[in-house]
Write a protein that binds this ligand. Structure first.
Ligand code: AVI
Length: 320
């Protein structure tokens, strides 16, 4: 992507200090170089992720959307009338409407840390569901959240699709599930999407597609470092790797140096030997029992679950 490489670097004072800290720390730990996956999602990264969700190899979005289309009415039956649907992450244009149509909630509360994206998707959903009170909340849902007063009395149905929970290590997932329980309260429900453990060849293909979109998504992180932190990383000297780590039941994404490289980031100098990698993402996969155990550890009792015929992906409804 020429444009990304050629864009002038941002002045240092405009760089996000948390991004700078994570990148400098991530490259400095030579035993285990890693940068948190949340930094993938600048404008280019978010667009590339949208492209990933349409790829033939990337089944999760397709399968989960079909499960929602098929089973939302059963969720609605269990949830009953008058709930507030609370979505963790901004409502995606294809998944959320299936649930809202079936549940016909009294209110819809999307929660997201990125205000712009949140307001855009909230406005779009409010236009499509004029009878539903839409109350966006700009917050980090990794911590317990005070929901708007207007939905305080309503029973809640939490919604966490996309297998985003898979991008967290077990300890963080449990913390998040507990925070959700605290935000939603006793008596609430949670509908969550989790990707299943399956043939590693299918999993690796989903994260290393033939068109190279996931490779561009991963490499965009290096372009972002160059752009926002004035880095001099020779991006063409890195390649995308996706591997199945069976011990941790997860797909890992790495960026591997294809030759010895030395580069600078904000005055600090780093060297990597050929074959060394920087770990950029974990995507954990859950068997049926693992998924139930994870939910229980987070304070939720699994009530129902729906999977596709090939058991690729699960939608689980749990109660607090
Ligand atoms: C956002 N998240 C659930 C995606 C996943 O499948 O772990 C991110 C992703 N990374 C590469 N492809 C998709």
């Amino acid at each position: 992507m020429l444009l990304e490489q050629d864009a002038p670097p941002l002045p240092a004072e405009e760089a996000d200090p948390a991004f700078r800290a994570d990148v400098l720390k991530g490259f400095a730990d030579t035993r285990r170089r890693a940068i948190p996956a949340r930094w993938f999602y600048d404008k280019t990264g978010s667009e590339l992720f949208e492209e990933i969700t349409q790829l033939p190899e990337y089944y999760p979005t397709r399968v989960e959307t079909a499960l929602l289309a098929r089973h939302s009415s059963e969720v609605a039956e269990i949830a009953g009338p008058g709930r507030a649907v609370v979505e963790f992450g901004s409502g995606s244009s294809i998944k959320t409407p299936h649930l809202l149509r079936a549940v016909n909630p009294a209110a819809y509360v999307p929660i997201d840390i990125s205000g712009d994206f949140l307001r855009e998707s909230a406005a779009a959903l409010a236009a499509d569901f004029p009878g539903v009170k839409v109350e966006p909340v700009e917050a980090d849902f990794m911590h317990p959240i005070d929901l708007p007063m207007s939905v305080g009395e309503l029973p809640k149905l939490g919604f966490f699709p996309g297998s985003t929970i898979g991008n967290m290590i077990a300890r963080t997932s449990v913390d998040l599930l507990r925070a959700m329980r605290e935000s939603l309260g006793v008596g609430s429900l949670l509908l969550i999407g989790m990707d299943r453990v399956k043939d590693p060849a299918i999993l690796v293909r989903a994260y290393d597609d033939a068109a190279g979109v996931t490779a561009r998504f991963n490499l965009n992180l290096l372009h972002r470092i160059n752009r926002e932190l004035g880095g001099t990383i020779p991006v063409e000297a890195f390649r995308h790797r996706a591997i199945w780590n069976d011990l941790y039941a997860r797909v890992e994404m790495h960026l591997e140096a294809t030759c010895d490289v030395t580069f600078g980031i904000e005055g600090a100098s780093f060297s990597m030997r050929r074959g060394e990698t920087i770990h950029t993402e974990n995507s954990h996969k859950y068997g049926q029992r693992d998924a139930r155990l994870l939910l229980r550890a987070g304070g939720w009792t699994p009530l129902r679950e729906w999977t596709d015929a090939d058991n690729m992906f699960a939608l689980i409804l749990a109660g607090a």
